[in-house]
Design a protein around this ligand. Sequence first.
Ligand code: DC
Length: 238
Amino acid sequence: MQAKADGGAAPVICIDGPGGSGKGVLAAALAERLGWRYLDSGVLYRAVAVLALDARLGLDDEAALARLAEGMDAATEGGRLKLNGDDRTEDIRKEPVAESASTVARHPAVRKALLQQQRNARRAPGLVADGRDMGTVVFPDAELKIFLDASAEQRAKRRRKQLRSDGMRVSFGAVLASIRERDGRDSRRAASPLRPAESAVVIDSTAMTIAEVLERALALARRRRLGAGGAAHDINQP
Ligand code: DC
């Protein structure tokens, strides 16, 4: 098992799950309620994808993609992403970038290049980390692991609503197809596939509100005596 990144001081709660399961909303709300830091690890894969698309790199060029990941400076503040000095917040949320992120995330060398950046976010008073492999690979010794799931249809509904509120008009069928394709790629890849950690608590949020999911997660955190309240810290900073 991996040693704790900071010598054992900072506790971690992992929220893993497929796209559109609501893990980002849950993780941010949980961090806010606990007064902990929040790491959205998907942003890092999306950032590599944006840079690869900028540079017209082939998404199969593992070595070049890993070099991009190693050299990039990605920092989030107030919900904005500064990538190599530029604000790319809107760019990383576009569907082609999500697709490409899932493709670049297949490469073990890219995942390895991003590992330490993710572990560096583990600082006092604690970290809520969301992604696909937070509980299985990045923070295997986390104090609490939650795997948040929902039906593909429900996730497509949520994703479409989110895209529409960001001003993008897309059909339900297109969003559902893209979600299914991404699920397949994220779950079937050899490197750190999407799956619940052995000790993860699986929550199916299909018929639950955000408030209900948050209450459930807070109850699980309380049972493990995690968190004392306060304001959330911002994220992804090395
Ligand atoms: O969570 P998200 O939709 O922002 O993630 C974008 C892509 O990045 C997703 O399709 C898979 C990949 N990803 C990953 O492989 N591992 C993570 N910890 C987070 C995201």
